[in-house]
Ligand binder design. Structure first.
Ligand code: PXL
Length: 282
């Protein structure tokens, strides 16, 4: 049976992130994907100024109500960037209306990076997002979001394995079965993941060599590859390894192209490899 997902993120018209990343990646993995936009922006808020922003909170419950009458069940509910902390209430209401016991609730908190919250975020976001993480099966926060979610100071001087393990433990205590923390590094040369499921006593770590620079939208690209792998039957460890490898390759092809980084990464060039690897052909 073809898998079916619903992706609940903003639409940033320009600058490859959120829905313009999640939809093509899941589609290329063979997953039927519905979308619900949380906000409409002209660009992402990372390296642009003067962007427009329309909060679509009022649409989420009416859309979910209608979808719930269509007699479809979803294998995954994938939430990402939200317009506000208050919007978490609507997203939880969507889960109540659309999901059943078999739906994999997959939450990318997507509200900050590099030790700070994104420009448009309000201070209620971490506490509100904690509630959404409690409903999830899998959460994919980066190091910054993990610290905000747990009320811990961001480790400016660098992360240690002990601190990463403390984060994973705290995040699991929120309620999800799997935690995949991105942007974990114990040295300047490498960056990667801390992964822990509820049955594991400690996280495992996976690393790749680090590229210098700020790569907008790579959190969304990584999370979308990860969910694609999970929906295509990979374990959390195997899906994380595939997503890390493909994200690394995506940044490499982007740097080779010399294109400005604020427009996002060239995941389009990597989609054929996603398919081949999911089909066991590469
Ligand atoms: O990639 C995360 C993201 C998604 N959506 C919007 C953003 C960002 C990061 O800056 O600004 C609108």
């Amino acid at each position: 049976m073809q898998k079916r997902a619903i992706a609940v993120h903003d639409i940033s018209c320009v600058g490859r992130c959120s829905i313009t990343v999640a939809l093509p990646i899941l589609s290329a993995a063979g997953v039927e994907t519905s979308i619900v936009p949380t906000a409409l922006l002209s660009t992402h808020t990372g390296e642009f100024t003067g962007y427009t922003h329309l909060d679509l909170s009022s649409q989420l419950l009416p859309i979910a109500e209608h979808i719930s009458t269509l007699g479809r069940s979803y294998d995954a509910f994938y939430s990402g960037y939200l317009a506000s902390g208050a919007q978490v209430d609507q997203v939880l209401g969507m889960i109540d209306r659309i999901c059943d016991e078999s739906t994999h609730i997959f939450v990318d908190p997507a509200f900050g990076d590099h030790g700070r919250m994104y420009s448009l975020m309000d201070e209620t976001m971490p506490a509100q997002m904690r509630r959404l993480c409690s409903r999830a099966v899998t959460i994919v926060p980066n190091l910054t979001e993990s610290c905000y979610l747990l009320g811990k100071p961001y480790p400016k001087e660098g992360c240690t394995p002990e601190f990463a393990a403390e984060l994973c433990r705290g995040l699991l205590e929120l309620g999800p079965e799997n935690v995949v923390v991105t942007d974990i590094s114990f040295s300047k040369e490498h960056t990667g993941l801390a992964i822990q499921s509820r049955h594991m006593p400690q996280p495992t770590f996976q690393f790749r060599s680090r590229f210098e620079g700020v790569f907008h939208g790579t959190g969304d690209v990584f999370a979308s590859y990860l969910l694609a792998g999970l929906l295509r039957g990979r374990t959390i460890q195997d899906a994380a390894a595939l997503a890390l490898e493909l994200t690394h390759e995506t940044i490499a092809v982007t740097l080779e192209s010399g294109q400005p980084l604020r427009f996002g990464v060239q995941f389009e060039k990597v989609l054929p490899r996603l398919w081949q690897r999911l089909e066991g052909k590469a």
